[in-house]
Design a protein around this ligand. Structure first.
Ligand code: NAP
Length: 282
């Protein structure tokens, strides 16, 4: 069993703490607020918690679970505290802007991203088994320390996650397609529906049911997270929005021209593609 540090006891850090503690590891938690540390202890997500980063000195592996825009700064600061050889890994949802720089700062850095979450934030929202059956992507570079990579993998495999490896740029393109892009597409749908005359808006709201609940869910999520996705994965998000716009233009033209054969083929192809694409999620 290992001594594991978790920096940032929020939804992801707290959930990792719950599972790693259950698996018998000694978990040292560090967070910004004392109240979060107290809650993490109370919920059994950590063996001990503090707002003092020095606590992490004893860890063999540290998971940086702070917000995306603070990960690099956290690696720099951890580098002034940890003993050389201690592994740092992160969980941020964008990898390319982080992994190479973090590895330069700390040669025992391993990029990671558990593809699991909820709409909630903070230690109170942390869940047992959050990572079970979900992909957990590791994004090593050619110069990533192999021993560090293997230590991270050994810790995350028992979470019952599906461990995958990929290049950071490919990771960012893929998450832009299935996660970051859809946030903006769904937000645009919400804006479309709510920016109509008041009478129509009221009626629309009364008629909206489970379909609209599904299509609007990710667009109505935490704006801070969406903004971080656009800022830190700008190129890949723009590429998805451009491709999506092309699809919409094609659809618009076909409907304008009453080209129902084309529209039917388009919808049949979409219907056929979905079961295979989302098979692992059901
Ligand atoms: P969260 O619930 O808001 O948790 C972040 C935690 O970081 C907060 O609880 C905060 O602690 C702590 N924190 C912030 N700045 C800190 C600092 N300077 N020092 C120490 N602790 C600090 O966010 P989250 O959803 O867990 O996201 C954390 C990371 O996971 C992000 O990098 C995100 O990209 C990644 N991620 C998120 C999801 C998701 O669905 N949410 C999925 C996969 C990966 P206090 O409470 O003490 O202020």
């Amino acid at each position: 069993m290992a001594t594991v540090g978790i920096l940032g006891l929020g939804l992801i850090g707290g959930s990792l703490g719950l599972d790693l503690t259950r698996l018998g590891h000694r978990v040292l938690g560090v967070s910004q607020r004392g109240s979060t540390c107290a809650l993490a202890c109370e919920r059994g997500a950590v063996s001990i918690a503090s707002t003092n980063w020095q606590l992490l000195k004893q860890a063999e592996v540290v998971f940086s679970c702070v917000p995306l825009d603070r990960v690099l700064a956290s690696v720099v600061r951890l580098g002034t505290i940890l003993t050389p050889g201690t592994v740092i890994t992160d969980v941020a949802s964008v990898k390319d802007p982080i992994v190479a720089q973090a590895t330069q700062q700390w040669p025992w850095f391993v990029g990671g991203h558990p593809m699991a979450g909820t709409a909630e934030q903070g230690m109170g929202a942390a869940l047992h088994h959050l990572f079970r059956q979900r992909p957990y992507v590791l994004t090593p570079l050619a110069n990533t320390n192999r021993q560090a990579l293997s230590q991270v993998e050994t810790l995350i495999r028992p979470l019952e996650a599906r461990v995958l490896y990929c290049d950071p740029v490919a990771h960012d393109q893929a998450v832009a397609l299935i996660s970051h892009g859809p946030v903006f597409i769904s937000a645009a749908l919400l804006q479309t529906v709510t920016q109509v005359p008041l009478e129509l808006k009221k009626l629309t709201q009364q008629l909206a049911s489970s379909g609209f609940r599904d299509t609007s869910r990710v667009g109505g999520g935490n704006p801070e997270l969406g903004l971080l996705m656009a800022q830190h994965n700008q190129k890949a998000v723009l590429a998805v929005l451009a491709q999506y716009q092309q699809q919409l233009t094609q659809l618009q033209q076909a409907i304008e021209q009453s080209d129902w054969t084309w529209v039917e083929h388009y919808l049949k192809t979409s219907q056929g593609a979905r079961p295979d694409f989302v098979r692992e999620l059901e």
